[in-house]
Structure formats: C-alpha cells, structure tokens
Design a protein around this ligand. Structure first.
Ligand code: GDP
Length: 196
C-alpha cells in the first residue's frame, strides 16, 4: 500500500521537455481552475500545504511533480481551461499538455476533477478525448459534493455515469468532497491500483 502522507514536492516543469526522467509510475490530476484540484491533492495525501490552494499565476501554469517514493509520483497539471491567461498562453499549454498525455510513458492514469455543479465543460471533454486517443484510463472526481444534497449529488453521479458510458466507455466517476473528507479512500484506492 502507498503511504500518501510521504508526498513531497519534487520539481516543476514549464514544458514537456523539462519533465523529470520518464521512469517509474505516476498519476496526473487535471481540472479547470477552481474545480478543487489543490484541495483534493492536499486531502488525498493528507499533506495540507502540498498544492497551494491560494495560487500565484506563475505556479498554476507549471506541471508540478510530487514524489510519493523513489518510483511513484503524483502530478498536478495546469487548469488552463478557465484561467485568466492570454489565448497564446492557453494554446501553448494545450500543446504541452497534449504532449505530456500522449508521450509520457510513466503516466498510468488521469484523475479529472469537475465541480459537481458544473460537470463536463469543454475543457473536461477535451481532456477526455485526448485520454481516449491515448488509451489512458480516467477516473473523475465530482468535487464539492457537499454543495449538493445527497439525493441531488447521487442524481448527478448517475446521469454522468450514463453519459460517460455512451461517450467515454471505461472511465469511472465518484462523489468527492475535500471539505467533508468524502470519497478519500475510494480515490486513494484507484490511484494506488494504477501505481501498483
Ligand atoms: P483549484 O483551482 O482547482 O486548485 O481549486 P482549489 O482547491 O483552490 O479550490 C477552489 C475553491 O473551492 C476554494 O475556495 C476552495 O475552498 C473551494 N473548495 C475546494 N474543495 C472544496 C470542497 O470539497 N467543498 C467546498 N464546499 N469547497 C471546496
């Protein structure tokens, strides 16, 4: 079993070519800005300041690598979809992200975070398309599940499962709340299975 609490910042890459050696195994986290990605990384690892929740514009544009041990890593991908950056920067990031998703040998799976109140936006669909092309497994966290009642949350989950089965078969989805510590074990199990 993986000890997530050993997660430690390793290195940032501005471009795909700057990523650390492509060996071992890693799981990447992606989501639109404000989806709750930093909070989820902190909650899943239990390392409270791992991914800063108050972000400087510079850091959000980097691919951040966190080491779990000498062979396994978690990777924080930039949420360019909604971030207030110029179109030129978005396109540049799109290119680097595509390179990372398509070429990275160590990459075992993608955790895609979506605010439960705004699922399957354009950015999410684009990532799902790329992952499908690269045959990369995807697990979706419907974040901030505490913002909806149990019934409403379950409804969104069911509807999304149905949509994914039709368009992106094989991808999985769960409810998640960093605030209420909901779904932490389920997410950890998925990541651990990919990194095993
Ligand atoms: P990121 O931009 O995707 O890294 O998102 P953050 O983790 O910084 O979170 C964005 C905002 O959503 C912050 O104001 C967080 O406090 C809030 N947030 C994150 N996770 C949760 C959650 O599980 N429940 C609630 N209610 N708010 C959350």
């Amino acid at each position: 079993m993986i000890d997530f609490s050993h997660a430690d910042f390793l290195v940032s890459a501005q471009r795909f070519s700057q990523c650390p050696a492509d060996s071992g195994a890693e799981v990447a986290f992606a989501g639109r800005s404000n989806a709750g990605k930093s909070s989820a990384l902190n909650a899943i690892t239990g390392v409270r300041s791992l991914a800063r929740t108050s972000k400087t514009p510079g850091r959000t544009q980097l691919i951040n690598f966190f080491a779990l041990d000498d062979k396994r890593r978690l990777v924080d991908l930039p949420g360019y979809g909604y971030a207030k950056v110029p179109e030129r920067v978005k396109l540049e990031w799109q290119r680097e992200l595509t390179l990372y998703l398509q070429r990275r040998q160590a990459l075992r799976g993608l955790i895609l975070l979506m605010d439960i109140r705004h699922p399957l936006k354009e950015y999410d669909c684009q990532l799902l398309e790329w992952c499908q092309t690269s045959e990369l497994p995807v697990h979706i966290l419907l974040t901030k599940a505490d913002k909806l009642s149990r019934g409403a949350g379950g409804g969104v989950l069911q509807k999304l499962r149905h949509q994914l089965d039709k368009k992106y078969p094989g991808s999985t989805v769960q409810l998640f709340s960093s605030l209420k510590h909901q779904g932490l074990e389920e997410a950890r199990e998925r990541i651990a299975a990919w990194l095993a």
